[in-house]
Design a binder for this molecule. Structure first.
Ligand code: SF4
Ligand code: SF4
Length: 425
């Protein structure tokens, strides 16, 4: 990482503690990503972004703030970035994916809280992540119980607005979410001092749709028999999508896809023919959580799809761009966002349909259903996932894990046995 110490000090970060994180990340990144063979050249951009993840983008956000702009930190794919960008503000993801931040979260949260929540709270309270220092306002949501209570704690330390996400998907719930989006727009307008007009919102709807289209293009390339890019690399790109400038990210991802198109034409694959194709389903893998992808892809299989928030749930379905009034745009946003199938909804049968559809589209040989420890929602829904996959004849392995490396050996054993079983099928 380049030297951004002065910037981190000015952000009020605990720079000495942060040094410990900076000391381990390059090694972890090198082990997982740079050791891969035959990576696309266009991955250089994402390597660069992640090499200076606490420098380059934070510096851009601070620059934006110096010009009077605001930054909003978000934690969930239901929060519509479109509203933020329409107010000339910037939205950035804040979900924590490192064990480094977990002890900080455990100081104020029960130990049996999921690591994603503990890491997100720890990153703020320990002052060891620039994004958590820069964001002028955090946006929470009423998804799972752990998050709802975490917002109450974080709100004592930083301005925080909570969006009330319905728990069902009836017509009245979609209308309620449209109203909640309008309330969010009012909050953002007041906080930024900038008006969100229908024209501005139309522009930002297109902006974010373009990002979704680029990600969809990338994912579609993974449907090929010849796999032009590894699962590790796509996960990294999906994680960076939450932080990067959306225009630049879209441009760079389309550039990568041009290179991958050529690979497909040339019959280039990053894995040998016959390599088993795995889909991961379940809880999100926030940056820098690369553990499972690394284990799967160094155990002889390839990950071809993630039915996760760091995956298809982030980009599938576009917002209708034809609406010209704010009222209609709120509804168009609500309709698109309520198509995301998170386990916080009841019932959530749409998610099972998604998994079955994705398994077909990506020609998967087996599914690993991933649950972050202490996530009751996805853990419970795992019952239906496994049942439906068994009925469909798709092999499935359910695993529970956290951010530590303590279970890496055991996971490798179980995943290797699963892949071996697929190889012998
Ligand atoms: S898993 Fe659910 S609560 Fe978590 S980020 Fe995804 S949609 Fe939001
Ligand atoms: S993984 Fe589960 S418990 Fe953790 S934040 Fe997401 S929904 Fe909540």
């Amino acid at each position: 990482m380049a030297d951004y110490r002065k910037m981190w000090e000015e952000l009020g970060m605990d720079v000495d503690l942060h040094d410990q994180l900076c000391a381990v990340l390059p090694q972890a990144f090198g082990d997982v990503f740079l050791s891969q063979e035959n990576r696309p050249d266009s991955m250089d951009y994402y390597n660069m972004v992640v090499a200076d993840i606490h420098g380059i983008r934070p510096a851009e956000l601070i620059e934006h703030q110096k010009k009077g702009g605001k930054v909003f930190g978000t934690f969930c794919v239901y929060v519509p970035d479109e509203i933020v960008f329409a107010a000339d503000a910037i939205a950035t993801g804040l979900c924590g994916g490192s064990q480094f931040w977990v002890p900080g979260g455990e100081k104020v949260l029960p130990a049996n809280t999921c690591p994603l929540i503990k890491a997100s709270v720890g990153a703020r309270l320990d002052r060891t992540c620039p994004f958590f220092r820069i964001a002028d306002m955090f946006i929470g949501e009423t998804t799972c119980d752990g998050k709802k209570k975490a917002w109450e704690i974080l709100s004592k330390d930083v301005p925080l607005h909570v969006m009330d996400l319905p728990q069902m998907k009836r017509a009245k719930d979609i209308r309620a979410w449209a109203e909640e989006i309008e309330t969010f727009k009012n909050v953002v307008e007041k906080f930024t001092g900038n008006e969100v007009t229908a024209e501005k919102l139309a522009e930002s709807i297109t902006l974010i749709n373009n990002k979704r289209k680029a990600l969809e293009r990338l994912y579609n390339l993974r449907k090929n028999e010849n796999l032009p890019i590894s699962g590790c690399d796509v996960l990294l790109i999906s994680q960076i999508a939450f932080y990067d400038d959306p225009v630049r990210f879209t441009q760079m991802t389309n550039k990568l896809c041009d290179e991958l198109d050529q690979r497909v034409k040339d019959g280039v694959s990053v894995v040998p023919a016959g390599t088993k194709r795995i889909m991961l389903t379940g809880t999100p893998l926030a940056i820098p959580n690369w553990k499972l992808h690394n284990i799967v892809e160094t155990s002889g299989a390839a990950i071809v799809c993630e039915e996760m928030c760091t995956g298809t749930r982030y980009f599938e379905n576009l917002v209708d761009e034809s609406k010209t009034t704010l009222e209609d745009q709120y509804m168009a946003l609500a309709e698109r966002y309520m198509k995301i199938n998170c386990a916080c909804f009841t019932p959530n049968e749409g998610r099972i349909d998604d998994i079955l559809r994705l398994a077909r589209e990506y020609k998967v040989d087996g599914i690993i259903d991933v649950n972050l420890k202490f996530c009751n929602l996805y853990d419970t829904e795992g019952y239906f996932v496994e049942k439906a996959m068994k009925e469909a004849g798709i092999p499935v392995l359910g695993i529970e894990t956290d951010y530590t490396d303590s279970d890496a050996g055991q996971l490798r054993t179980r995943i290797s046995a699963f892949i071996e079983m697929l190889d012998n099928k």
